[in-house]
Design a binder for this molecule. Sequence first.
Ligand code: DO4
Ligand code: MG
Length: 291
Amino acid sequence: MRIIRFLDGQQKWLAAVTDDEQAYRLPQADFMTLIYQARKQGISPVQLVESAFKPLNKLTDDWTSLHLITPLEAPEVWAAGVTYQRSREARNYEATEGKLDAKTFYDKVYDAERPEIFFKSTAARTIGPLEAVTLRSDSNWQIPEPELGLVLAADGSIVGYIVGNDMSCRDIEGENPLYLPQAKMWRNSCSIGPAIRLAETVQNPYAFNIVCEIYREGEIVVKSEASTSELNRKLDELVSFLARDNDLFDGTVLLTGTSIVPPNDFTLAPGDRIEISISDIGTLINPVISN
Ligand code: DO4
Ligand code: MG
């Protein structure tokens, strides 16, 4: 069971999408209201959602044709880094200009008890389905980072899973790791959506398949696949470090790192289209424009 949000005129609506792709309008104003109403009534979010499955609430046959927006306004988006071997290798490559013999801080953080967690975005900065991610004007090496996102309640519980894109500038980070905030945060560099999979409907979050496709002038130029089974950390471990001596707000999203890195000679260009799919969650599509 997934939760989406869409625009009907000026009005934002929450809706549920079943595993057989039927969509129903929901009465709740937003995703976290749904979670708390269910908790208050002592039922699961799925049970609460199913109580709205009436003919009157049924939506168009193809929910993907709705005007989808971010399924929640995440007050903060955080991101974990170097949580997969592939990311460690890519960071080492950009930090050492391809001389892979030296041990770097990326090797250290991959093995360390403390994960790398950084601040990525705020609600006002985060974009959703079909909105354009933008390229930094002072970088020549930019890529999407397709990541599984955790939707968190203020108590740190994982209430859902979402698709995220942690756009990154490999040259800026490679020049100096202290430039990480500029390599990661600029206008429209964080996208999430199109749906939140309710946590209770996920049997094994270490079995999600992630696919990234990048199209240029109608042709596919990058296609790569990964699985959350390759994650070097436990999801609860990432959440516990994020929550340590920190206030979590309802609906915070934690991106869990990337295992997909396009070939080293690839950089995004205006006009590209990025499609990130995670099994049982959905496909996040964003065109790319210059800043
Ligand atoms: O160390 C930089 C960030 C790495 C990252 O964002 C990732 O591994 O996904
Ligand atoms: Mg990342």
